[in-house]
Structures are given as structure tokens and as C-alpha cells.
Design a protein around this ligand. Structure first.
Ligand code: TYD
Length: 138
């Protein structure tokens, strides 16, 4: 399973640093929703779902955490600790975030509005759907 990352240019000068993320240039989609996760309590695991259609790019703005990506066949682990790198969470990728440092701030850019019906929260259901989707592709 390939992990797709996006490297963002850091525009720094003597005042400090700035990163700009432009839709369809720095990430492959138009962002319809932005959310961020912070104040995560010790030992917490978030995510634990996949999306039927939604594409997202996650950036760790501060601190660190672990992102686990699972396409139904392979699992990959990404250490999220850079604010100049986005990681694609594609549609139909099961994901979880854990091992948050107390100060961790995760920024997420999403290509659509929040829609509970787009979530797959049951891992067995996810595997069934992912297997079927692979069959259609192959
Ligand atoms: P949840 O999906 O549980 O977060 P995570 O994937 O990180 O575990 O979302 C937490 C709450 O926030 C839940 O009540 C749904 C709500 N929510 C929105 O209203 N809009 C959003 O864009 C997101 C991501 C969540």
C-alpha cells in the first residue's frame, strides 16, 4: 500500500515561518471543510472508520501522533510530526490516530461537508466493501 504525502513549501524569513496550502496545487482536491483535533486526552484512539467517498489530507501542526492506514489488505503506520507535510487519507481507507502527544494539533482538509452516511464504522463491513471494490477494479 502506497502512502501519498504532499510536501508544502515553508516560507520562512527572520520573522518566522508560513505554509500555504492551495487547492488543486498543493493537494489534489478542492477543500470544502477544514477541521482540527486538539486537546486529545492520554491513551485516546480516534478515527476507527473509513469513508465511502471522502478524501482528506491530514497535517500535524504541532506535537505528534501516530496515524495508522489500512486498505483492507495492508496496514501502514505514519508518524505525524511535521507541519510541512500532508498525508492523504483516501476514500475507503480505514484509519486511526493514537499515541497523541499532549500538545498535538491535527489539521484535516476534506473535500466534502460532514456527512454521517459517508462513514463506515464497522471494520467487518469495511472489509467486505473493500474486498468488493477491489473485485470491481481488477
Ligand atoms: P468523530 O468522527 O468521532 O471524530 P474522529 O474521527 O476524530 O474520531 O467526530 C467527533 C464529533 O464531531 C462527532 O460528534 C461528529 C462531529 N463532527 C462534526 O460535526 N463535523 C466534522 O467535520 C467532524 C469530523 C466531526
Amino acid at each position: 500500500m502506497e502512502i501519498t504525502t504532499f510536501e508544502f513549501a515553508v516560507r520562512g524569513d527572520e520573522r518566522g515561518s508560513l505554509v500555504a496550502i492551495e487547492e488543486r496545487r498543493d493537494i489534489p482536491f478542492v477543500t470544502r471543510r477544514v477541521y482540527y483535533i486538539f486537546g486529545t486526552q492520554p491513551g485516546v484512539t480516534r478515527g476507527l472508520h473509513a469513508h465511502r467517498q471522502l478524501q482528506q489530507v491530514m497535517v500535524c501542526l504541532h506535537g505528534r501522533c501516530r496515524l495508522l492506514l489500512d486498505d483492507g489488505q495492508d496496514k501502514r503506520e505514519v508518524l505525524m510530526e511535521r507541519n510541512d507535510r500532508g498525508v492523504l487519507i483516501d476514500k475507503m481507507i480505514w484509519h486511526q490516530m493514537d499515541e497523541f502527544s499532549p500538545e498535538c494539533v491535527l489539521l484535516v482538509l476534506a473535500d466534502d461537508y460532514y456527512d454521517e452516511s459517508d462513514y463506515i464504522r464497522d471494520y467487518e463491513e469495511y472489509q467486505t466493501l473493500a474486498t468488493a471494490a477491489r473485485g470491481e477494479e481488477g
